[in-house]
Design a protein around this ligand. Structure first.
Ligand code: NAP
Length: 243
């Protein structure tokens, strides 16, 4: 049984990813920050089906809390064999309206968190000479999103970390990849109207909006045996929005 730590797994893509890993027999560690009751409900749901699940509260933008989260993971199960850096926030604003606080929060939650979590996860993986890191980027980090410059910059940074770290850790038996979702129906996109979503679906070759399960399947694939010779890659899960 592998230990899979998923950041931001109380809701959306992270929660669906936790379900999928649990269903294939992995022990899942569900990180949450604000949504404690959702995290507890998910843990109960998984345990009631006989799966192995733990929850850990931590704000992944805070290096001290990340260090504490990995110490707790070590106590619970020895260490994370798979790390999914999924926690994220979004914000839509004109570039000229982005404040220093907006910028710093966006970079801290979406980009610095990936640095903190990888740094804490790697010593265990290096000792075992195996490990999988999957980062959740975004298509806006590849192609740029209007009115989401800070989000796009953070996600482009996640892609940069993925590629560079993959080169550094390959000989340690560790792969580092990212998924790059397109428009996925979660709380994050709940500010979009049905008309907005239809327009975005019309722009997508598949003619559809994605689901959390679509992204979860790609993450589980990259963490699995079949993806052993894949590292440093950006897997677009966007219905062909980005080709
Ligand atoms: P979501 O439904 O809004 O869920 C976000 C998750 O991130 C929640 O579980 C939340 O936990 C967690 N989170 C936020 N800030 C955190 C922090 N400081 N520390 C720990 N956890 C934190 O969003 P989603 O759509 O599932 O997004 C998941 C990832 O996919 C994000 O990285 C996002 O950028 C990326 N993505 C999403 C889309 C999309 O269309 N939905 C597209 C491209 C990329 P709490 O509620 O417990 O605080």
């Amino acid at each position: 049984m592998r230990n899979v730590l998923i950041t931001g797994a109380s809701r959306g893509i992270g929660a669906e990813t936790a379900r999928l890993f649990a269903r294939q027999g992995d022990n899942v560690i569900i990180n949450y920050f604000r949504s404690q009751s959702e995290a507890e409900t998910l843990r109960s749901e998984l345990r009631s089906m006989g799966y192995s699940a733990e929850i850990i509260k931590a704000d992944v933008s805070d290096p001290a809390q990340v260090t504490e989260m990995f110490a707790r993971t070590e106590q619970l199960c020895g260490g994370a064999d798979v790390l999914v850096n999924n926690a994220g926030i979004a914000q839509t604003k004109l570039f000229t309206d982005i404040t220093d606080d907006d910028w710093q929060r966006m970079i801290a939650v979406n980009l610095s968190s990936v640095f903190y979590c990888c740094r804490s996860a790697l010593p265990y993986m290096i000792r075992k000479h195996s490990g999988r890191i999957i980062n959740v980027a975004s298509m806006w980090g590849q192609i740029g999103g209007s009115c989401e410059v800070h989000y796009s910059a953070a996600k482009a940074g996640v892609i940069g970390i993925t590629k560079a770290l993959a080169k550094e850790e390959g000989l340690s038996g560790i792969t580092v990849n990212c998924v790059s979702p397109g428009v996925i129906r979660t709380d994050m996109t709940s500010n979009l109207t049905e008309d907005d979503l239809r327009a975005l679906a019309d722009e997508t070759p598949t003619g559809t909006i994605g689901t959390p399960l679509d992204v979860a399947r790609a993450i589980v694939y990259l963490a699995g045996e079949d993806a052993g010779f894949i590292t440093g890659q950006v897997l677009s899960v966007s219905g062909g929005f980005v080709i």
